[in-house]
Design a protein around this ligand. Structure first.
Ligand SMILES: [Zn+2]
Ligand SMILES: [Zn+2]
Length: 238
């Protein structure tokens, strides 16, 4: 049984997630709640009609559910996890918005990128189905997810495993759009997902400052930018 002490805080969360709670302990539940809170529901007398999503619950169970809802809402708002911006942070000033092709995954950034690069490595080319990859680098604190935490898919290309082992690729499980490279400390966003208006006006801060892994390129770039054979500052300038 989950703790029931924080039932009042739970009630606030309940309003946020849009569920109804009546004084008499009748709760209108969302689909799937009986699975999420199986233990709490099993702990006492409960009438639960799955079809209507409506149940009459004992008070102790009700408190448990409110607490669990609060935890669930907290998890949803933390989005990408510790280190990232939060949807609840009122000090977060949205500077740019990004979304995947289908719109299931949406996020915001509150700052300009600290750098932007074009990568020609084979992993980027294969995974993106493109001759090169353009990435803009943000501190995690300046990035916050606003939708689609359950639609995120992670892939570690070095291990070849579909796991969130950093650094890894982040994509949308619904449409397959690659969202970002998630590093240990930074979020490498793909600016092609950003809303820069129509036609797009790309801010200077997003423009690449160099090419990396240029030694493995499939096409030449004549743009006057520095071209590193591998990682920036750690390889040969070509
Ligand atoms: Zn999508
Ligand atoms: Zn790469």
């Amino acid at each position: 049984m989950v703790e029931g002490d924080r039932a009042l805080e739970g009630a606030e969360v309940d309003a946020e997630v849009g569920r109804e709670v009546a004084e008499d302990g009748v709760v209108v539940l969302g689909v799937g709640v009986e699975l999420l809170f199986g233990d709490a529901l099993a702990d006492g007398p409960v009438a639960f009609d799955e079809g209507l999503g409506r149940g009459t619950l004992g008070f102790r169970i009700l408190r448990g559910i409110l607490y669990a809802w609060r935890e669930m809402a907290k998890q949803a708002s933390s989005g990408l996890g510790p280190g990232y911006g939060s949807a609840e942070d009122e000090g977060f000033i949205v500077k740019y918005r990004a979304r995947c092709h289908c719109g299931a995954v949406r996020y915001e950034v509150g700052a300009d990128p600290v750098d932007a690069k074009v990568c020609h490595c084979r992993a980027c080319r294969v995974l993106h189905g493109a001759p090169m990859q353009w990435a803009a680098i943000f501190h995690k604190r300046d990035v916050r997810l606003v939708a689609g935490v359950e639609d995120l898919r992670f892939y570690n290309s070095e291990l070849g495993r579909r796991e969130r082992v950093l650094p890894c690729k982040v994509s949308c499980a619904q449409c397959g759009t690659l969202i970002a490279d998630e590093g240990r400390r930074m979020w490498l966003a793909f600016p092609t997902l950003f809303d820069f208006g129509t036609p797009p006006q790309v801010p200077d801060a997003f423009l690449p400052t160099c090419h990396i892994f240029y030694a493995t390129r499939v096409t030449d770039m004549d743009d006057g930018l520095p071209k590193w054979s591998g990682h920036k500052d750690e390889s040969t300038l070509l």
